[in-house]
Design a protein around this ligand. Structure first.
Ligand code: UT7
Length: 319
């Protein structure tokens, strides 16, 4: 029994915002710095009031349409997000309500930029166990809400968006291998160290990052976990048709591909147009490459994420 991907969808809010647009808004930065350090040229930013559940809903509807399923067919809904609409109920329950599904299990996963790969691995285990048959897995974020727009070292890096996939139980492959890891001792290098307490925000409600520490950690674990899932599936990295790494920085993506010996042409890149959309980055890139015809039926796709926690996760599947 496999968990097979039968639909993808995504949603980006509003028009692209360029690096020059950010500079024009008063951020002390420039296009040359951002492009040379990160590869990011534009990102999408949600209008005030637009939420992760709204973006996730549209991505979900598009994925369901491609899968040819109705919301009532689903028995599992998992949303990966670090920017939920509320403390509770979960964004998964909010999307379930908007879709009109009743009865499916619905919950959020909090693994920051690895969230989608964690959620995919969890959904695969539910399906493989035989307990659930049709799952919706969403990565949805409005990271612009947790950015300190006075911190030029972080605010230029992120964007908003959502991506989704529909999985179903099948005797045809399917997800071949998944892996998830964390190292909580590294919680200090990327975090939002605030909380709601007694009716007020205490601590710091903005994203903080040690960029260079994150960079080194990311390249190491993204290469390691790609090799791990290939080995679990009895394959070599050369057998992978498409690599979709977390879209944080073109230099991290290129260094990972190089370490794995995977050609540049086999790596899907959206960071130039989306920035880092955290849990949404991988399903956004996947949907783009499925819809533009690059990813074809039967090809092997390796997706991987890395982010705050520190967490990292990957899945290798035959499309
Ligand atoms: O999901 C994981 C998310 N995180 C990441 O992927 C981040 C990984 N890290 C990185 O991508 C890089 O570390 C950054 C792109 C964040 C930073 O690049 P860096 O080469 O490590 O630069 P830096 O932080 O050491 O800063 C170098 C200089 C500093 O100026 P001085 O002190 O040398 O005069 C910064 O103040 O660049 C300056 N700087 C900027 N200049 C223009 C920092 N941010 C900006 C900016 N525009 N936006």
């Amino acid at each position: 029994m496999y968990a097979r991907l039968i639909g993808t969808g995504s949603c980006l809010p509003g028009n692209p915002v360029s690096n020059d647009d950010l500079a024009a808004r008063g951020i002390e930065t420039n296009d040359e710095w951002i492009v040379s350090r990160t590869g990011i040229r534009t990102r999408h930013l949600a209008a005030p009031g637009m939420t992760s559940s709204e973006l996730g809903l549209v991505a979900a509807q598009r994925a369901l349409e491609m899968a040819g399923l109705a919301p009532s067919d689903l028995d599992l809904i998992i949303v990966a997000t670090s920017t939920p609409d509320f403390i509770f109920p979960s964004t998964a329950c909010l999307i379930q309500g908007k879709l009109g599904n009743k009865g499916a299990a619905a919950f959020d996963v909090q693994a920051v930029c690895s969230g989608f790969t964690y959620a995919l691995g969890i959904a695969e285990k539910f399906i493989k166990s035989g307990s659930h048959k049709k799952a919706l897995v969403i990565g949805a974020e409005v990271f612009s809400r947790i950015l300190d727009w006075n911190d030029r070292g972080t605010c230029v890096l992120f964007g908003d968006g959502a991506g989704a996939v529909v999985l179903e139980a099948s005797d045809k492959p399917g997800i071949l291998a998944t892996a998830m890891h964390a190292d909580g001792s590294q919680n200090g290098i990327l975090n939002v160290p605030g909380q709601v307490c007694g009716g007020q925000v205490t601590g710091d409600p903005f994203l903080r990052m040690d960029g260079q520490a994150v960079f080194k950690f990311a390249v190491r674990v993204l290469a390691d976990i790609a090799e791990e899932v290939c080995e679990t599936a009895g394959l070599k990295t050369a057998d992978v048709d498409w690599l979709i790494p977390h879209q944080a920085n073109i230099r991290i993506i290129e260094a990972t591909g190089k370490k794995l010996g995977i050609d540049r042409e086999k790596v899907i890149v959206t960071v130039d147009r989306h920035g880092n959309t955290s849990a949404a980055s991988v399903p956004l890139a996947l949907d783009e490459a499925v819809r533009d015809g690059r990813i074809k039926k039967g090809q092997r796709v390796l997706v991987e994420g890395v982010g705050g926690g520190f967490t990292w996760g990957a899945a290798l599947f035959e499309f």
